[in-house]
Design a protein around this ligand. Structure first.
Ligand SMILES: NC(=O)c1ccc[n+]([C@@H]2O[C@H](COP(=O)([O-])OP(=O)(O)OC[C@H]3O[C@@H](n4cnc5c(N)ncnc54)[C@H](OP(=O)(O)O)[C@@H]3O)[C@@H](O)[C@H]2O)c1
Length: 232
């Protein structure tokens, strides 16, 4: 079996299991609670994080549209390592090249975007020009096993934080690719029945009835937040 990074899924939720933090208002106490995610991310202290296209678009690239380089020649579908010296990584799963990248780093981490081979040459040419790394996760769909093996082999990523949203987490869980789950349980109730949960898997694709976890640690941290650690 090929090597892949050890994966740690980190999420913050309300007591009723909801994850959409932007719906919880902007009181100073809520801002403080939302800040726990970054605090714990830094405590875990890892150098690579991956999110779904929606989370990257909503929370990081602010809805930026794709940029295409004009007058581009044909580009072969081989993985592109823009910066071999990079030591920390912000990674997006973006099969259809919907994200707009203007710079090769996000929050100080080198950007790697995971694409499929059907994306346009002009999109790839722009990424090459600005120095964003890209890898192909498959011809038409993304194989997460292949993706993780490439992240390990091409970028030497040994531990990967899987940080949402629900669909990205769900696809990792469904593929058997989550090793640890860390949940920050906030003293908050959302109450909106439509808000998504931590793991969202299309009913027709689900490969198991329910995932069973082993509780490894419970920590009470500041502001009545529980930090729960589970092994899968
Ligand atoms: N509470 C927390 O700790 C926390 C953490 C992170 C995010 N969030 C929140 O979660 C929300 C977004 O969650 P979400 O579930 O809607 O979206 P998401 O998981 O961030 O992104 C989903 C999208 O990513 C792509 N994707 C994910 N897995 C894929 C796979 N295996 N293969 C191919 N494409 C894949 C698809 O993009 P395409 O549609 O382009 O194909 C999919 O529609 C945001 O509001 C964010 O703020 C909360």
């Amino acid at each position: 079996m090929k090597q892949r990074p050890h994966t740690i899924c980190l999420m913050m939720t309300t007591l009723d299991g909801k994850i959409l933090g932007h719906k919880w208002g902007n009181s100073p106490q809520m801002e403080k609670l939302r800040g726990k995610f970054e605090e714990v991310h830094n405590i875990i202290g890892n150098n690579a994080w991956i999110v779904g296209r929606t989370t990257m678009e909503k929370d990081f690239t602010n809805g930026a549209k794709p940029i295409y380089k004009a007058g581009t020649h044909a580009i072969s579908r081989t993985d592109f390592v823009a910066n071999p010296d990079a030591t920390s990584f912000a990674i997006a799963i973006d099969a259809h090249a919907k994200l707009g990248w203007e710079k090769p780093y996000m929050q100080g981490d080198h950007v790697i975007t995971v694409l499929t081979e059907g994306v346009s040459d002009a999109y790839l040419a722009h990424l090459q020009e600005i120095g964003v790394s890209y890898i192909f996760g498959g011809a038409t769909t993304i194989d997460l096993h292949v993706t993780l093996e490439k992240l390990r082999t091409l970028f030497d990523i040994r531990i990967l934080m899987v940080e949402g949203g629900g669909h990205l987490n769900g696809s990792f869980l469904n593929a058997g690719l989550i090793d640890e789950y860390h949940q920050l349980l906030l003293p908050v109730i959302d109450g909106n029945p439509e808000n998504s949960g931590v793991f969202e898997i299309e009913p027709g694709n689900k490969k198991f009835d329910a995932a069973l976890l082993k509780l490894q640690e419970v920590k009470r941290i500041e502001d009545d937040v529980l930090w729960l650690t589970y092994q899968l």
